[in-house]
Ligand binder design. Sequence first.
Ligand code: IPM
Ligand code: MG
Length: 373
Amino acid sequence: MTRPRIVLLPGDGIGPEVTDSARQVLEAVTRVSDLELDLVEAAIGGHAIDTMGEPLPAAVLALCETSDAMLLGAVGGPQWSALPATDRPEAGLLRLRKHFELFANLRPVTVQPELATAAPLKPELLRNVDLLFVRELTGGLYFGPRREQGDGEDAFDTMVYSVAEVERVAHVAFRAARRRSRKVTSVDKANVLASMRLWRRTVERVAAQYPDVTLDHLLVDNCAMQLIRQPAAFDVLLTPNLFGDVLSDEASVLAGSLGSLPSASLGDGPRGLYEPVHGSAPDIAGSGLANPLGAISSAALLLRYSLDREVEARAIEAAVAAVLAAGYRTADLAAADEVAVSTVELTEQIIHHLAEIESPAEAPEPSLVGEAG
Ligand code: IPM
Ligand code: MG
């Protein structure tokens, strides 16, 4: 059996700490299962700028080409914020997503019952919250034509979507909905923007192929409100690139902390990029305060979607849930009267639970991408 290669891209701020936690959990999985992994590390973002001169060096990209999956920590920080957009740490991540055409960004948001009191919303609103963002990731405002001229008097970005770009990500959302509560909410701004009218028309056409899934449309401003007014009403949220970026940060409040949320970025094949929903949190970097759950849960998604290892993915997710249920929390999740543990301690607890878990053998879920509707 060839060992799947995972390229670890720790990046900046708390990225190295949380990536190290995820690495340790993956290594623990290899000790309690027959899975073998080839874990290699490479630079990205500000770290790559400082050590190799650019945010996504050609050698790193070449290494990623040899991988089965990539696991990234975080990119960005104040020391690189004066750089022009194309040279910033974030440009490395955006280029990586685009290079591998990872057009579907899955961001699940669930509320662990014990954490409902950690969120600033009324706990009763958080009951039964289980949503999945499917964010379009390689088009829209992030990648349309733009002009930025030094200190010039104007600048622009352009929101462009083609029918093909909307169709492929819509199929991912409908397929995902079929395994969940069979409901897709498509988010747009069709009352104002031409690209968003094309988005809505196209999603409607794709929906006709999934008569068993309910589709509704929400304008993004209304969606931002409904997400905190009645979050349990949502199942799959299908969003353009920018709206998904904004709404997923908003939704992280439901789960207690941005640091807890994982994501998977997928294209047509099995190779994917996995990362916490984001934040390099430079203010707490190196202090042992970082929440590693987003990175660890991203490793679970990696096992599920890129390596077809559903049993091991669930074992990690069960370990995370068990450790939270047992009361362990990093500072971002701890209530005022709770004692917080460090990144390292929380990771050790998860590894400890992993060793104890007997995973039921269940059939893996079929892949979400690269299939006909
Ligand atoms: C995210 C992040 C990125 C994005 C940044 C770091 C480029 O905010 O993954 O949500 O805007 O997509
Ligand atoms: Mg973001």
